[in-house]
Design a protein around this ligand. Structure first.
Ligand code: BTN
Length: 331
């Protein structure tokens, strides 16, 4: 979407009708530019009414992310962040990785974090796409420097999962669980995903870009593109959460988790993670990257975040992001 479309959608965010000529006058553009800019809004999950004689109105106005409001919710923690809010970007993870590779953050005093309203090439784990529309999710990436190497960071994505559940609970969203390795789920449907990408040497130091996508209120249009069971906060709570407040809670909880992880490693999160694991002590089937399967009973996770499974061949440990967990039971 072009920058003009974002300006028009901001005008329409008061939930009122606005005529094409009025919008054109306010923004100093032609009427044709207005209608052209609004042509593709359904692709980003918005429903726009166009009523002759009255103009345009959004079915569901966008609740915009506002940098100042997020900083207000962050309180005294706000000074720690180098916070950026973008209308649109290909992928917040890709952006931070590109900038970091170019040395942009090498002497940054604040914690770089970028949130966006719209991601055009969102990436998920295992080469999948991450789909979201405009304003229907929370989409952000945060960059953290560790002195440790990648080996120490193997359980980091599980720790971030714990941080996300803590943040949701602090905003009154209860009943959310985790599924190994780092899916945030509700009723077996995916609520949020975590993609951690590392730059650096095996022995450290390491730059970790922590990307999070959380579904808040997905349109049918966006849901139709997703090939797995999904849910959103709206379905859990029956109302749209305050996006800026929830985002601030996520930042605070993730940064606390990063510090805790830096000093104590995954072991500090292990007990809590297991208590939130939806498949703990259950019979499951693991689909391995080579296409084979392994069945067994979940016996928690190791100190490095690897999944422990009691199989016919004894207790085995599975690590890495290539394994998906398929529960054989549903309640
Ligand atoms: C998963 O597959 O579960 C991980 C999804 C991670 C999506 C987030 S959205 C913000 C950041 N930017 C991306 O391109 N991906 C991550």
């Amino acid at each position: 979407m072009k920058p003009l479309a974002f300006s028009i959608l901001r005008v329409l965010s008061d939930n009122e009708f606005h005529s094409g000529p009025d919008i054109a006058r306010v923004l100093g553009v032609s009427r044709t530019s207005v209608s052209n800019a609004l042509r593709d809004v359904d692709e980003v999950g918005l429903t726009l009414y166009k009523v002759p004689g009255r103009g345009y109105q959004l079915l569901d106005p966008v609740q915009w992310l506002e940098r100042d409001t997020i900083l207000k919710h962050l309180g005294t923690d706000g000074a720690r962040f180098d916070l950026e809010v973008l209308d649109t970007v290909d992928s917040t993870n890709s952006l931070l990785l590109r900038r970091s590779a170019g040395g942009m953050y090498s002497d940054s005093p604040g914690i770089p974090v970028t949130a966006t309203e719209l991601q055009t090439s969102g990436r998920g784990r295992r080469g999948r796409q991450w789909h979201s529309g405009l304003g229907d999710s929370l989409i952000f990436s945060l960059l953290w420097r560790f002195q440790h190497g990648a080996g120490f960071l193997s359980g980091l994505s599980l720790a971030v999962g714990v941080a996300i559940v803590r943040a949701l609970e602090s905003c009154g969203v209860e009943g959310v669980a985790l599924k190994w390795p780092n899916d945030v789920i509700y009723n077996f449907c995916k609520l949020a995903g975590i993609l951690i990408e590392l730059q650096g040497d095996m022995l450290g130091p390491t730059v970790a870009v922590v990307g999070v996508g959380m579904n808040l209120k997905l349109s049918n249009n966006v849901q139709a593109r997703i090939d797995q069971g999904v849910t959103d906060v709206f379905q859990i709570r029956g109302e749209m959460p305050d996006r800026n407040r929830l985002l601030a809670a996520l930042f605070i909880n993730i940064v606390r988790a990063m510090q805790e992880f830096e000093h104590k490693g995954f072991n500090s999160f292990r007990k809590e993670w297991i208590s939130r694991h939806v498949c703990e002590s259950k019979a499951v089937t693991l689909q391995l990257p080579d296409g084979s399967e392994e069945s067994g009973t979940v016996l928690g996770v190791g100190t490095d975040g690897s999944l422990l499974l009691r199989t016919r061949a004894g207790i085995r440990s599975f690590s890495g992001g290539e394994i998906s967990l398929v529960p054989e039971w549903r309640v």
